[in-house]
Design a protein around this ligand. Structure first.
Ligand SMILES: O=P(O)(O)OC[C@H]1O[C@](O)(COP(=O)(O)O)[C@@H](O)[C@@H]1O
Ligand SMILES: [Mg+2]
Ligand SMILES: [Mg+2]
Length: 329
């Protein structure tokens, strides 16, 4: 089986990007070990701290953030970094070619129940001049690499550098990432959806109607039975979509009018959107392709609908309908 180094070489990845990917991959091995120690190392549970987004930080959120920040600071290919767990962007090396945005631990609420968590990352080109938040505010189309590491029954790295999506599995004995899927491909059609149904009453009309039609199964307008899955870690839900298809959405809701979206653009939606597009799927907010969004701030949140191309198109068609008039039954 091919190693990560062999695959990157075959794709003619530049030395500096290869170095950065190795920094991320090596750190994820250390995170994988830390996560596995769990309660044995007293790593579970919450801290007294909140991040800039008002979320209580878990101990592992902070530990994994510090691990990635420390490793990236030691990599001279990195110009700056931005993280879910950092209030502001962090300057790294003056001459670095890349900016890295990351969610050090996605699915934090799963930590204490020993369920799926992961790390998500996005790599952008550095821009001239002093590093500011503005340097990072580039559309997702600019990403030169994106990926995630899933800390599940096995540790897996899904990566794109613009040559499709490659999936690597960490060998537990040799501690090496080996290529186990050279070209992940999302089937165009699906009968599986992922959404947090408990928010149903807070969704907008297009999502209400779309999901209601899925739930009607064979007797509804879709004339097809759909199954539902929700891992509560985007990294796990997107991995399932990349592995066997499906549609995943965290749509707009009015539960808290000040926070209509949940997922973060720069280190959740954008990297996952690039992976999904590279695997033949689609990613949208309902009204705009995620990769075309012009970011306004580093911790910006967006609505996300992604997965099997035909199913995403069907979902988007519900967003073209005018719901202001009562539907005729
Ligand atoms: O708690 P909910 O509504 O099920 O939300 C789950 C979503 O929140 C997230 O856990 C947010 O990520 P973090 O754990 O990094 O804050 C997503 O991974 C996941 O899709
Ligand atoms: Mg997350
Ligand atoms: Mg997180």
């Amino acid at each position: 089986m091919q190693t990560l180094a062999q695959t990157l070489k075959q794709q003619a990845t530049s030395d500096s990007l290869t170095q950065l990917i190795f920094t991320l991959a090596e750190t994820s091995k250390a995170i994988s070990k830390a996560v596995r120690h769990g309660a044995l190392a007293g790593l579970l549970g919450a801290t007294e701290q909140e991040n800039v987004q008002g979320e209580t930080q878990k101990k592992l959120d902070i530990i994994t953030n510090d691990m990635l920040k420390g490793a990236l600071k030691g990599d001279n290919s990195v110009h700056g970094l931005a993280s879910e767990e950092e209030d502001d962007v962090v300057a790294v090396n003056q001459g670095g070619e890349y900016l890295v945005c990351f969610d050090p631990l996605d699915g934090s609420s799963n930590i204490d129940i020993n369920s799926l968590v992961g790390t998500i990352f996005s790599v952008l080109p550095a821009v001239e001049g002093e590093l500011t938040e503005q340097s990072f505010l580039q559309s997702g189309r600019n990403q030169v690499a994106a990926g995630y590491v899933l800390y599940g029954p096995s540790t897996m790295l899904a990566l794109t550098t613009g040559h499709g999506v490659q999936l690597y599995t960490l060998h537990p004995e040799t501690d090496e990432f080996l290529l186990t899927d050279a070209n992940m491909s999302i089937p165009k059609d699906t009968a599986e959806f992922a959404i947090n149904m408990s928010n149903q009453r807070f969704w907008e009309a297009p999502m209400q109607t779309y999901i209601a039609d899925l739930l009607l199964g064979k007797i509804g307008p879709r004339e097809k039975a759909f199954n539902m899955r929700w891992i509560a870690a985007m990294v796990g839900d997107v991995h399932r979509v990349l592995s066997r298809g499906g549609i995943f959405t965290y749509p707009t809701d009015n539960k808290n009018p000040l926070k209509p979206y949940k997922l973060r653009l720069m280190y959740e939606a954008n990297p996952m959107a690039l992976l999904v597009e590279q695997a033949g799927g689609k990613a949208s907010t309902g009204y705009e392709n995620i990769l075309d969004i012009d970011p306004q701030e580093i911790h910006q949140r967006v609505a996300v609908i992604l997965g099997s191309a035909n199913e995403v198109d069907t979902c988007l068609s519900y967003h073209d309908i005018d719901y202001s008039e009562e539907p005729s039954l």
